[in-house]
Design a binder for this molecule. Structure first.
Ligand SMILES: [Cu+2]
Length: 123
């Protein structure tokens, strides 16, 4: 998870989801420190990267879905007492078949690279 450059901005989260024997679908994500968590994808439109909210993220059987900068990610809105950089936080992912899965996330400060700045400016 990457903290926003400004506290009032949403934070972004990245992770890798490994599919099991059956295909599954990520339906939602929740975190105790965020009022709402959205599933986002990035799409290039006329050379500008735009974030598009997704209803779900499909995880193919035995496949891997990577949420990474420049692609799909979690977006944490309305941060309340956001965890500090270096801290550990927990995010709960709800899948259609696997149900709720809690995953530990590492909290990092923004590195100042252009991708992170562009990201925040879309909100
Ligand atoms: Cu986003």
């Amino acid at each position: 998870m990457r903290l926003p450059p400004v506290a009032s901005r949403p934070a972004a989260g990245y992770l890798t989801i490994k599919g099991g024997a059956q295909a599954d679908t990520l339906l939602k994500a929740e975190a105790p420190f965020a009022g709402r968590v959205e599933l986002h994808a990035m799409k290039s439109e006329g050379g500008i990267m735009k974030m598009i909210q997704q209803d779900k993220i499909d995880v193919p059987a035995n496949g891997t879905v990577t949420l990474a900068p420049g692609g799909m990610h979690l977006m944490f809105f309305d941060l309340k007492n956001p965890p500090a950089a270096g801290a550990k936080a927990t995010v709960t992912l709800t899948f259609a078949k696997a149900g709720a899965v809690s995953v530990p996330v590492e909290v990092r400060a923004v590195t100042g690279e252009p991708a992170a700045k562009d990201h925040g400016s879309h909100h």
